[in-house]
Design a protein around this ligand. Structure first.
Ligand code: KMH
Ligand code: ZN
Length: 316
């Protein structure tokens, strides 16, 4: 079937190291600052991740668009591992399009995200469930709840896509709902995106689709129908515990790629915090092993990405 791996073919396992949504007060293990982010990424790569998805945070944990910080993080990772690097262009609320592209521009990853639509985006919708936080900037994030909009207009999508093409970076298309898959179809048809496309389903953001196994099936089936032969691969990232692991088990059982990591889930068990990204990667690899799904190596993923991944040859 289109976009799905064969029965025993390898799946890509991405580790999303730190993100920008979890507040450092929620987990002491969220890496903040270049050294900690590099150490976590290297740990996840050594645990067996194919690819590392990177956001930058400053030493206080505040999301950052500083290209020098991205460069420091990516060069630190590349000095120690051959893991494939994927940089976020999602950024954080309030960042401009140029700020969101600055990290990818400077650090030249193999992959960068491209978020497929404007949507409500709420990490802390229930005031009574807000975490205790230690810093003013975290309190400001909580106080902004209820008005969160993730802005990705059509013209922004065109600009993200054309910049990534100029930089020879493969876009990973982030779809949070059915409408985003229709948008990918439109962007392929108008020539903005070149097929085959890599699709990442992100489940469980309030403002996007739900987080149940049937939401995943619905969206994966829709992706196959809507994108057909132009669908290169489908990955899933489920937010929170236990859905990160439940979606991983389904992904590996169904021929999808998979993303785990502290960006999306800070728990190992219901009452146990994960202490590292490597731990979450270890769980995913265990699940993959039990359903006879090998994990793709970074070298094999670079081959799949083609000449752009390594910039040995310029695509026509
Ligand atoms: N934080 C995730 C829910 C991106 O970085 O471009 C969404 C994400 C998007 O990973
Ligand atoms: Zn991200």
């Amino acid at each position: 079937m289109t976009g799905l791996r064969g029965k025993y073919e390898a799946s890509v396992l991405t580790a999303a190291i730190t993100g920008g949504d979890v507040l450092p007060s929620q987990s002491p293990h969220i890496p903040c600052g270049a050294d900690a982010i590099v150490a976590e990424a290297v740990g996840a790569a050594e645990a067996g991740a194919t690819c590392i998805h990177i956001h930058a945070r400053d030493d206080e944990g505040r999301p950052s668009a500083d290209p020098a910080l991205f460069e420091e993080i990516v060069s630190g990772i590349r000095d120690q591992t051959d893991v494939v690097v994927n940089i976020s262009t999602g950024g954080a609320p309030g960042m401009s399009l140029d700020e969101r592209l600055a990290g990818a521009r400077r650090a030249q990853p193999e992959i960068a995200t491209l978020n497929l639509g404007t949507m409500n985006y709420e990490g802390f919708p229930n005031r009574e469930r807000w975490p205790e936080v230690a810093s003013d900037w975290e309190r400001e994030v909580l106080e902004a709840s209820g008005d969160g909009v993730f802005v990705n207009t059509l013209n922004m999508l065109r600009q993200f896509a054309s910049t990534l093409r100029e930089l020879q970076i493969t876009p990973e298309l982030e779809a949070y709902d059915l409408s985003h898959i229709a948008m990918a179809r439109f962007l392929i048809d108008e020539g903005t995106l070149e097929p085959p496309v890599r699709l990442q389903l992100v489940l469980g953001v309030l403002g996007g689709a739900g987080n149940a196994p049937r939401d995943l099936h619905l969206l994966a089936d829709a992706a196959e129908r809507i994108l057909g032969d132009e669908l290169g691969s489908v990955a899933v990232a489920g937010l929170g515990f236990p859905m990160q692991f439940r979606h991983a088990a389904i992904a590996f059982s169904s021929g999808l790629d998979c993303r785990v990591g502290l960006e999306d889930n800070i728990r190992l068990r219901r009452d146990v915090q994960a202490t590292s990204n490597a731990e979450l990667v270890g769980v995913a690899i265990g699940l993959a092993d039990h359903v006879a799904r090998p994990i793709m190596t970074p070298t094999a993923l670079r081959e799949e990405l083609g000449p752009w991944a390594g910039k040995t040859e310029v695509a026509a």
